[in-house]
Design a protein around this ligand. Structure first.
Ligand SMILES: *Cc1c(COP(=O)(O)O)cnc(C)c1O
Ligand SMILES: [Zn+2]
Length: 413
């Protein structure tokens, strides 16, 4: 076990549980847990260049800040994961009058979504603790990521997805050999059934919010962004932008990327935190409603958005996301389905990236935050891209123009 890992703190009661004492949520009150490390000791014993100059470019080079040992062995998608590109988007900068817009393209991970980072960490933990089967409830991408990260290992993947899951996502799960149960109900119904199934059959539960290791995988995107930004200004180590914009469903990606930056700051490797802007779907309103209040409790409100990646009735990691947004001086923006479809097309034409509607929400957030004056023209902004458009071709066809059908060259004007 990582000697710097101090334990898991409950986001509800604040108790720090020893690493071995907990598996999922707080035994006292069911609150979500958050891994805590000895940042002072890491700062003394580890140099930032130990991580950034490591020969491996995978997420496993951040070992002192990860809860599970790197899975050893051959260069499979699991052991090679990470180091996605950080693109600059000059056309978008011009159009919106923003100094710098960067796109962190996690649609380039092995299963074409950000969720690989989380699934890799949970699979590493499962391998380290001798598990045989892992289960997840998912809107599609977390399950595809779990199936891909289990491939080539001895672990069996069992997944629960809601009906209506885009067929590209379903195919991407099934092709890796996972067992798939389509639940007649919502994503949050699938979360409940998966939890019960894990108790009944003894499977390890990867579901977001339940499993504290997912955030630990997701924070590696924050490390990578800070590392890549420093690289582009010829600095060593890490550098923070002014703002990071993240699509938000359960809130685990946002709280994860935020945690990556916060840990770099706690160690003393960056000075200030970026502001975090979370973008939810207008038609999945639970988290945004709580954000406008002062509370940390969420109502379960049926989601009807086409953006499957952020279609949640109630956010499973909402408390962590709210605290990340509020403490960083950020905000929550709500994106309509129409705006997300239009944003898919803009990101593809002007940014060169083809993403799914949930991911395109980040671009809607950029436009709205700029219009509201929340972002200034002198700002440097990073959009966290989370999933490929190829897994939801139906939405892409709605967002894209029609092709020209021809018989001969005479048909071309
Ligand atoms: C899961 C997902 C999100 C949202 O992540 P949460 O942790 O649920 O907030 C955003 N975009 C895509 C493509 C996703 O699959
Ligand atoms: Zn607790």
């Amino acid at each position: 076990m990582n000697p710097y890992l101090l334990g898991f703190r409950c986001l509800s009661c604040g108790e720090l549980h020893a690493p071995d004492a907990v598996t999922y949520t707080c035994p006292e009150d069911g609150g979500n847990l958050d891994a805590v490390y000895d940042y002072v000791r890491i700062g003394r014993e580890v140099a930032p260049t130990d991580l950034t100059q490591a020969p491996s470019r995978s997420i496993w080079r951040f070992g002192p800040l990860l809860p599970s040992p790197a899975p050893s062995g051959l260069p499979t998608p699991l052991t090679m994961l990470g180091n996605t590109p950080l693109y600059r988007a000059p056309r978008i900068e011009e159009a919106l009058d923003v100094r710098a817009v960067w796109l962190k393209d996690d649609s380039r991970l092995p299963s074409s979504s950000f969720k690989d980072r989380a699934s890799a960490m949970v699979v590493a933990q499962a391998l380290a603790t001798g598990r045989e089967a892992i289960c997840v409830a998912s809107t599609g991408n977390a399950a595809g990521a779990l199936a891909a990260m289990c491939a080539g290992t001895k672990l069996r993947a069992i997944v629960f997805v809601p009906e209506g899951t885009p067929e590209g996502k379903l195919a991407g799960i099934l092709i890796h050999g996972a067992t798939v149960y389509v639940v007649r109900g919502s994503y949050n119904d699938a979360v409940r059934i998966a939890g019960e199934a894990c108790k009944k059959f003894g499977w390890y539960n990867r579901s977001t919010g339940t499993n504290p290791y997912t955030r630990e995988g997701k924070k590696t995107a924050g490390f990578e962004i800070a590392e890549q930004l420093a690289h582009w200004t010829a600095e060593r180590g890490f550098r923070a932008p002014d703002s990071v914009i993240v699509p938000l469903g359960d809130g685990n990606i946002l709280s994860g990327v935020h945690k990556g930056f916060r840990e770099l700051q706690q160690i003393g490797w960056i000075e200030r935190m970026p502001r975090f802007i979370g973008v939810t779907a207008k038609l999945a309103p639970s988290l945004a409603r709580t954000f406008t209040s002062v509370s940390e409790t969420f109502d379960e409100i049926p989601s009807t958005t086409i953006a499957s990646g952020i279609s949640v009735d109630v956010p499973c990691d909402g408390v962590a996301a709210l605290r990340a947004i509020r403490s960083s001086g950020g905000t929550v923006i709500e994106a309509s389905d129409e705006d997300m479809l239009a944003a898919m097309s803009t990101l593809a034409r002007d940014g060169g990236v083809f993403v799914e509607p949930a991911c395109a929400a980040a671009y809607v957030g950029l436009v709205e935050a700029r219009r509201a004056g929340f972002l200034r023209s002198s700002d440097e902004v990073v959009l966290q891209l989370t999933g490929s458009g190829f897994k939801d071709v139906r939405s892409a066809v709605r967002a894209a123009p029609q092709p020209h059908t021809i018989t001969s060259l005479d048909d071309i004007q």
